[in-house]
Design a protein around this ligand. Structure first.
Ligand code: THU
Length: 266
């Protein structure tokens, strides 16, 4: 791959981030890096699931973090730690934001090479942590409600907001992010879990969830599976606006879960 002064520092970051990928089944880590207009950057790593098809691809993980952090309109470039596959190119090139064009076999720029002028110089990592601490669960629900306003939901108009509290008290947001290919839609809970992994944050401890005015709202099976695999000791607080939040544990939400121990890449 030819050396490129714009892409080289992003490629270097993407390579470094592969160490954070959760790839116990394939042993093949992938990472992506998004560059923002102000030079800050966002990592996204591959997060594998024992049920394989629930795996979060690195590009999707990085992009959905940008949506949850409210900076999606500022994404100027995507760089992957290896050559992209056809389905990965389709994911990036059909996003709703400005059109991104492949400029190498591992990178896309907004508007392509001629589109946006010079890219900003790479600056610092964008923090994914909300600037708040929680005194009690109602603060967590309030934060999740604020986050739900960032959901990107043109298909469903069903906004979900999530806030994961890590063991050290740091708060990480997640929202649902829809895509023209419904198989690429990510739920709010898994968005937050993917961000925790991409930034190598401590294990989650509490999960605050809000699903606007759906009295039956509850984490879907896919999110329950990822919670079991990545955050089994988490307590959930589910808010349906009208009633007081319902408390649940991950083990109660998915008893007898599939962990894929026999599939581990030793
Ligand atoms: N959704 C979530 O964000 N979390 C869940 O646990 C259930 C479903 C989202 C996905 C999609 O954007 C919309 O809600 C309808 O399924």
């Amino acid at each position: 791959m030819a050396s490129d002064p714009v892409l080289a520092p992003l490629r270097e970051r993407a390579q470094q981030c592969t160490a954070r990928a959760h790839v116990p089944f394939s042993g093949t880590p992938t990472a992506a890096v998004l560059l923002l207009d102000d030079g800050r950057w966002i990592p996204g790593v591959r997060v594998e699931s024992a049920s394989y098809s629930l795996t979060l691809p690195a590009l999707l993980n990085a992009y959905t973090t940008a949506v949850a952090l409210g900076v999606v309109d500022a994404v100027a470039a995507f760089v992957l730690s290896r050559s992209f596959r056809r389905e990965e190119a389709l994911y990036v090139e059909t996003l709703a934001q400005d059109p991104y064009e492949a400029v190498a076999d591992d990178a896309w720029l907004r508007g392509g090479r001629g589109g946006d002028g010079a890219l900003p110089a790479l600056d610092s990592l964008l923090s994914p942590v909300l600037g708040a601490t929680l005194d009690d669960p109602s603060d967590g629900i309030d934060a999740a409600r604020r986050m739900a306003q960032r959901a990107y939901v043109p298909a469903s108009e069903y906004a979900v907001g999530a806030v994961l509290e890590c063991d050290d008290g740091r708060l990480v947001p997640g929202v649902n992010v829809e895509h023209p290919d419904w198989a690429r839609i990510l739920c709010a809970e898994r968005n937050a879990l993917g961000t925790v992994q991409s930034y190598a944050l401590p294990a989650p401890h509490h999960l605050f969830l809000t699903c606007s005015e759906d009295p039956d709202g509850t984490p879907c099976g896919a999110c329950r599976q990822l919670l079991v695999e990545l955050a089994p000791d988490t307590t959930l607080w589910m808010d349906r606006h009208s009633a007081s939040p319902e408390r649940a544990t991950v083990s109660a939400l998915l008893p007898g879960s599939f962990r894929g121990q026999a599939l581990l890449d030793e």
